[in-house]
Write a protein that binds this ligand. Structure first.
Ligand code: PMP
Length: 401
C-alpha cells in the first residue's frame, strides 16, 4: 500500500543528533537539543520528582484507566494557580476550563484540532518568524493554515518589535495568533512586559484569538510568576486564549508527557460546550490520559516540602543556563574575538539565535565536532563549564577566518 508514497524529509534535529552520535571525537559537543543537563552533561532528574515518585510508589496505587479525562480537581486547581495566578479574573469557576494534556506538544495538537473544528473566525494562525518548526507541523496537520509576522532582526540580532507590531496591525480581524510565553524558541528574545501590554492592546483591537505556548515557565528567570507575565498581561486585557502548558522542562518530565490546556471562558455554559466537545476529541486521540506524570505533578504541587525543593531547583536550572551564557561571552573575549556577542546574555532560556551562517555551522561540525542547527540556533544546555572554552575558541575561529 505504501511502496509509492513520497519519501518524507528528514527532521533536521534528528539528522544532527545522528551525526553527533556517530562522531567518535572525544571533544564533540551537542548544541542542538533543548534538554537541561547537569554540568557533567548527564540527564538530570529533579530531587522533588524523585521524592514524589517514592511517595507515589509507597501508596500502592492502582493502574486502572484514569476516568477523569481532564485531570483531577487538584491537578487543575494547581495548574491554574501556577499559570494564571490566584488573583486572575479567569481563575474562578465558569471563567476557564483546564484539561490534562500529553505535555506541551499534545496540548498544541488538541487545541489545534478543537480550533480547526470550532473556531468561528478565520482558521489562520499567525506566528513569529522564526518559531519552533514543529508549530507549523502541528497546526497544519490539524487542518489550520499558518502565516507569519516579523519577530527577529537578523542585522541587529535582536527583537524586531516595530516590525512585529506593524505586521500584527495588518492581520485580518477574527484570525488567530500564536505566542510563545517566555524564552522564545529559537531566538531567545522575548518582548518586555511593556511591549506585551502593547501587543495585548493590538490583539484586542484586531479581535484575534490567541494560542499561547507555555513550554518554559520558570526557565527564563527561575521565578515562575515572573515568567508568566506575558499571558497574565494578555488576560488582564481580556484577550481570550488557549494556554498550552508543558512540564517537560520545568519539572524535567520530558518523557512522561505531562502538561495542560487552559481555555479562558466567559460563562459556565461556554465551559460545558468546550468540555463536551473536548471529551470525544480526547477519546479519539488517546482515550485516557497517562497517570504517572499527573501523579508526580500533583504530588509536587500539593506537598509543601516538595514544592519548596522544586522552587529551588528551578532557580538552580535557570541559574546554570545564565551562568554558561556569561561564561561563553567571557571566553569569546578571552579567545580574542572582537565581535559583539552580548546577545548571548540578553537572550534568555534554552536557546540562542547566533546569526551564524550555514557555512560557519558546517565548519563547526566538520572541523570542530560542534553540532547546532543550520538556522543558527545554539542550545545553551549543551554548554558546560568544561566545554565552554573550547566552544568559544571554535566560534571565534569560524567567525574570524
Ligand atoms: N513549544 C516549544 C516552543 C518547545 O520548544 C517545545 C519543546 N521543545 C514544546 C512546545 C513541546 O515540548 P513538550 O511536548 O515536551 O512539552
Amino acid at each position: 500500500w505504501f511502496a509509492n508514497i513520497p519519501m518524507g524529509e528528514k527532521d533536521p534535529i534528528f539528522g544532527i543528533l545522528d551525526a553527533f552520535l556517530n562522531d567518535t571525537n572525544p571533544s564533540k559537543v551537542n548544541l542542538s537539543i533543548g534538554i537541561f543537563r547537569t554540568d557533567d552533561n548527564k540527564p538530570f532528574v529533579l530531587e522533588c520528582v524523585r521524592k514524589a515518585e517514592k511517595i507515589i510508589i509507597s501508596k500502592n496505587l492502582d493502574k486502572e484507566y484514569c476516568v477523569l479525562l481532564g485531570g483531577s480537581p487538584a491537578f487543575q486547581k494547581h495548574n491554574l494557580d501556577y499559570t494564571l495566578g490566584p488573583d486572575c479574573e479567569y481563575n474562578q469557576p465558569g471563567r476557564n476550563i483546564c484539561f490534562q494534556s500529553l505535555s506541551g506538544c499534545g496540548a498544541l495538537s488538541m487545541v489545534s484540532q478543537f480550533l480547526s473544528r470550532f473556531f468561528p473566525g478565520r482558521k489562520v494562525v499567525y506566528m513569529s518568524d522564526p518559531t519552533w518548526p514543529n508549530h507549523a507541523n502541528v497546526l497544519e496537520s490539524m487542518g489550520l493554515e499558518t502565516a507569519y509576522h516579523r519577530y527577529y532582526d537578523a542585522e541587529t540580532v535582536s527583537l524586531d518589535f516595530c516590525g512585529m507590531m506593524e505586521d500584527i496591525h495588518k492581520i485580518p480581524k477574527r484570525s488567530m495568533i500564536l505566542f510563545q510565553s517566555i524564552a522564545h524558541n529559537p531566538t531567545g528574545f522575548d518582548p518586555t512586559p511593556e511591549q506585551w501590554n502593547e501587543i495585548a492592546e493590538e490583539v484586542k483591537k484586531r479581535k484575534l484569538y490567541a494560542i499561547v505556548d507555555n513550554a518554559y515557565q520558570g526557565f527564563a528567570s527561575g521565578d515562575s510568576d515572573k515568567d508568566a507575565q506575558s499571558f497574565r498581561i494578555l488576560a488582564k486585557h481580556r484577550v481570550k486564549f488557549a494556554l498550552c502548558n508543558s512540564f517537560s522542562k520545568s519539572l524535567g518530565l520530558y518523557g512522561e508527557r505531562i502538561g495542560s490546556i487552559i481555555f479562558l471562558t466567559d460563562s459556565q455554559d461556554e465551559v460545558q460546550r468546550i468540555y463536551t466537545q473536548f471529551i470525544p476529541l480526547t477519546r479519539a486521540n488517546y482515550q485516557n490520559p497517562p497517570l504517572h506524570g499527573r501523579r508526580i505533578v500533583e504530588e509536587v504541587f500539593t506537598n509543601p516540602e516538595l514544592s519548596k525543593i522544586w522552587k529551588k531547583e528551578v532557580v538552580m536550572m535557570a541559574g546554570q543556563l545564565k551562568n554558561v551564557r556569561q561564561l561563553l561571552v567571557q571566553n569569546l573575549k578571552e579567545a580574542g574575538s572582537k565581535r559583539n556577542w552580548d546577545f548571548f546574555t540578553t537572550q534568555i532560556g534554552m536557546f540562542s539565535y547566533t546569526g551564524l551562517s550555514p557555512q560557519q555551522i558546517e565548519r563547526l561540525s566538520k572541523e570542530f565536532h560542534i553540532y547546532m542547527l543550520r538556522c543558527g540556533r545554539l542550545a545553551i544546555p549543551g554548554l558546560t563549564t568544561k566545554n565552554v572554552a573550547y566552544v568559544a575558541k571554535c566560534l571565534h575561529k569560524v567567525t574570524s577566518e
